[in-house]
Design a protein around this ligand. Structure first.
Ligand code: 5AD
Ligand code: SF4
Length: 441
């Protein structure tokens, strides 16, 4: 059997796509290998969202060349493949396959062609494609990534995704439910529903709230999460489903991007600071113990110190449980790159604001975590921790909790008291049962 090695960069959607590709290739007679050396096919599934993600891939392609024999096929898939197309083959002469996110169905044939010496780019969009008949080859033992929507119809001015993943399309509810049933049969008990603006999912008659209810109703499913939503798509119906479906976890990752109205407007986020805060309020009122995490960009064109200050104050006002912070990276072809050059923020200002932001979001997260010491949580054991031999588990509100190795196995649920924290992760001491659970939050 020919072997395939695959590396994944970027978001969970890419992880899910990698699982689909490996499933498709397994069906076509390829066996998966974790070692690039000696692999017949090397695939790199890439991200284009920031320049540093792309630079890492380019560097990695150079390294992977060292593992290639004369007949090894090197292919690039994902968002960078879609964005650069044949330019990738010019950049790296050993690349013979460039395949965008909507063209994975033909991967086996494309690889066959490449093994015969062809060099092919496949980057057409296919607005019907959900890969419904693919059997994903899953790597996570306890939770399943389930794409429910592909593409994006928002046009945030910094973002490359609408160009790399095309127009938004929702997958059929029955297919999502069927896949949820299948993963439960395989012993997984948590699903993470994926989409670029996942809560805008709709099939013409039903909305994302109804999808959450349908997935939560699958026998044996214990936890339902989703990522990433857009604030404007949190209708009352979606929030009610989050509140009422017991399987839906008390966590929302709600990208804000900036706390300044002027920046939000220039980013075309389609909400202002007040609307974002109101959205968080509505959710917190409906869902006790909800943890809220976010994405923030600093240094977007035209950002002033006062705008950056507004972001800090928003972070304090919301009290984010965690935040991913990014320096603005101009992406070719996006509206942000056509803004007047005098709006460009000097790199020393970006660096300073970034450092300040990281300091503030970390201190908020720390203090929120210290407040939680002594509380109890149900945790799902996900894996062996990288250090110390403990097991790494996760609470419904998305906190990372280390539990002693002897107390459980991967895939188990157990109750713990949060007895220690580094400020970021917790140590959990197993407790007998659910009784007298202090309410989270
Ligand atoms: N520069 C920096 N960060 C970006 N993101 C998206 N596009 C860019 C860009 N051009 C961030 C946003 C988004 C996250 C996935 O990546 O914060 O929510
Ligand atoms: Fe995911 Fe966006 Fe990166 Fe594509 S560009 S891999 S959709 S984060």
């Amino acid at each position: 059997m020919p072997t395939v090695y695959l590396e994944t960069y970027g978001c969970q959607m890419n992880v899910a796509d990698s699982e689909l590709m490996l499933g498709k290739l397994a069906a076509a007679g390829y066996s998966h290998t974790e070692d690039p050396a000696g692999a017949d096919v090397i695939l790199v599934n890439t991200c284009a969202v920031r320049d540093n993600a792309e630079q890492r891939v380019l560097g990695r392609l150079g390294e992977l060349k060292g593992h290639m024999g004369p007949n090894t096929v090197l292919g690039v898939t994902g968002c960078m493949a879609q964005r650069l197309g044949p330019r990738l083959m010019d950049a790296e002469s050993r690349v013979s396959l460039v395949v965008g996110p909507d063209a994975y169905r033909s991967l086996p044939e494309l690889i066959e062609g490449a093994r015969r010496g062809e060099r092919t780019t496949a980057t057409d969009f296919d607005l019907e494609e959900h890969y419904d008949d693919f059997q994903a080859r899953r790597f996570e033992g306890v939770k399943a990534w389930i794409p429910v929507q592909r593409g994006c119809d928002y046009r945030c001015t910094y973002c490359i995704v609408p160009y790399t993943r095309g127009a938004e399309r929702s997958r059929a509810l029955d297919d999502v439910v069927r896949e949820t049933r299948e993963v439960v049969e395989q012993g997984l008990t948590e699903v993470v529903l994926l989409g670029q603006t996942v809560n805008s999912w709709n099939d013409g008659t039903r909305d994302f709230g109804e999808l959450l209810r349908a997935v939560g109703a699958v026998d044996g499913i214990k936890r339902v999460r989703f990522t990433s939503p857009h604030p404007n798509d949190f209708t009352d119906s979606v929030i009610a489903a989050m509140a009422e479906v017991p399987e839906v976890c008390e966590h929302v990752h709600l990208p804000v991007q900036s706390g300044s109205d002027a920046m939000l407007k220039r980013m075309l986020r389609r909400y202002g600071r007040a609307e974002y805060l109101e959205c968080v309020e509505r959710m917190r009122a409906a869902i006790p113990g909800l943890s809220v995490t976010t994405d923030i960009i600093v240094g977007f064109p035209g950002e002033t110190d006062a705008d950056a200050e507004e972001t800090l104050s928003l972070a304090r006002e919301v009290g984010f449980d965690d935040a991913f912070t990014f320096k603005f990276s101009p992406r070719e072809g996006t509206p942000a790159t056509r803004m007047p050059p005098e709006l460009t923020v000097a790199s020393e200002d970006v660096d300073r604001r970034y450092t300040e932001l990281v300091t503030v979001v970390r201190s908020i997260a720390r203090s929120r975590n210290f407040q939680r010491l002594g509380e109890r949580r149900e945790v799902l054991v996900e894996k062996v921790a990288r250090r110390g031999g403990d097991l790494q588990a996760r609470s419904r509100d998305f906190r990372t909790v280390m539990v002693p190795a002897e107390s459980a196995s991967i895939g188990d649920y157990l109750f713990v008291e949060l007895t220690g924290t580094t400020g970021f992760t917790f140590t959990g001491t197993p407790v007998a049962q659910r009784a007298a659970l202090p309410v989270a939050g």
